[in-house]
Design a binder for this molecule. Structure first.
Ligand SMILES: [Zn+2]
Length: 417
């Protein structure tokens, strides 16, 4: 995910567009190339280590198992070997599955820790099944009494993402994103209406929403980057003619606003029946525009029972500080709240050779070559949550106080020693 931003975004006109951006703008809903690039060989080898792990598990634990993984088995037989990967705080999206042998945890005998949070190991992404909209980790006819999460703007599927953690906990996860394995566009009215219907019909214990935030980005204030599209005074966009946005820029803001409005409506419908939700977006502080300054977010935040928690993603292994806010309802995010950057100041070197001191390397205007060999803004990688943050979010979600989740916890709680 994103869960994160970047997923539903229209191209940034003032940038030299990457191949990915071009492809995305041309055919947003059908563009599947970027998230599982063939060049990395990821799709073909992606599941291999799972099978290997299970083979090892078969020998080690003499448990009856087959190579084909199902999330259901994960629940009944929490397998320490599935927690094969160590935290890689620098890059939660790294694919350790591609080639390197699976590593086993020295402390893997402790099977009581089911989400790897304490052990520092990350779960694999599930095998996605096409859903009526987006993708699900479990066929709907097998959902049964499992607790369920709907994640809007989940980003591309990757090991250690939020869906992987929820999947390992035995949850049903439905993900909706242009970059999901089965892409879905929330701007599509049919898709959107069906989602709203399902939310109203209490399908999901928790709704998580990570609305794309590019049009709010403060990077837009640093020339020669793309121009700002919003301001503190005009959080809904610099729409009047005096601001002289181009047609493409106006469309970009309007598309983003549609997604903000639909995020708000989805959340309000979820709260209305008493379901839990979170809404995530960057926190730019008092002096800069961000989602939290818009009417969409303000309307949600003022609903009784909605809390806001704020923290810095570097405390969860993020590459930069990335101050972040979560509006939340019926979820306990108190463990995240207030965790602010506590890192030492270090010296960094800019691309032009000059040195500067900071707590984290500045990614503004920096470009990198991504896994697919394409040039992209260094800040792009920041759109995805670090795995450690996903562990924390999923832990809060799994503790939600809905009937389904309560029952599930009772049934699947670890037996006392
Ligand atoms: Zn920090």
């Amino acid at each position: 995910m994103g869960t994160g931003d970047g997923s539903q975004k229209p191209p940034e006109p003032a940038n030299p567009p990457t191949a990915e951006q071009k492809a995305r703008s041309a055919k947003p809903a059908e563009n599947k190339a970027p998230e599982k690039p063939a060049s990395t060989g990821k799709p073909s080898v992606f599941k291999m280590p799972k099978a290997k792990d299970l083979e090892r598990k078969k020998v080690a634990a003499k448990s009856k198992t087959t190579i084909k993984l199902t999330p259901a088995r994960d629940v009944r037989q929490p397998s320490p070997d599935r927690k094969r990967q160590r935290w890689n705080p620098r890059d939660s999206s790294s694919d350790d599955t591609s080639g390197r042998p699976a590593r086993r945890s020295s402390s893997s005998s402790s099977s009581s820790e089911s989400d790897g949070q304490a052990e520092g190991l990350i779960p694999s992404s599930p095998q996605w099944i096409k859903h009526e909209y987006g993708a699900t980790n479990i066929e709907p006819k097998k959902w049964g009494s499992r607790p369920r999460a709907l994640i809007l703007f989940s980003g591309r599927s990757r090991d250690g993402d939020l869906a992987s953690f929820l999947n390992r906990k035995g949850w049903v996860v439905v993900v909706v994103d242009l970059l999901a394995e089965h892409p879905a566009d929330l701007r599509n009215d049919k898709i959107y209406c069906k989602i709203i219907d399902d939310i109203r019909d209490k399908h999901y214990d928790v709704l998580g929403v990570a609305t794309p935030c590019e049009t709010f980005s403060p990077l837009r204030e640093s020339p020669p980057g793309p121009r700002p599209l919003r301001s503190l005074r005009h959080p809904a966009g610099l729409l009047s003619s005096e601001h002289k946005l181009t047609k493409a820029e106006l469309e970009q803001v309007q598309h983003a606003n549609t997604l903000c409005r639909r995020s708000q409506e989805s959340i309000e419908n979820q709260i209305e029946w008493g379901g839990a939700m979170w809404w995530e977006n960057p926190d730019h502080g008092e002096q800069k525009v961000d989602l939290w300054k818009t009417q969409y977010a303000k309307a949600v935040v003022k609903i009784r029972g909605v809390n806001v928690c704020a923290f810095d993603q570097c405390r969860f292994g993020g590459e930069t500080t990335k101050p972040t806010k979560f509006a939340n309802y019926k979820l306990d995010f108190s463990e995240l709240d207030g965790l602010r950057c506590n890192h030492e100041v270090k010296e960094f070197t800019k691309e032009d050779g000059t040195k500067y001191k900071a707590k984290h390397e500045s990614l503004v205007q920096r470009w990198r070559t991504n896994e697919q060999g394409q040039r992209e803004r260094a800040s792009k990688a920041l759109g995805e949550y670090p795995a450690k943050l996903n562990a924390a979010i999923s832990a809060a979600m799994a503790n939600v106080d809905t009937q389904r989740a309560r029952k599930f916890r009772e049934l699947h709680s670890d037996p006392l020693p």
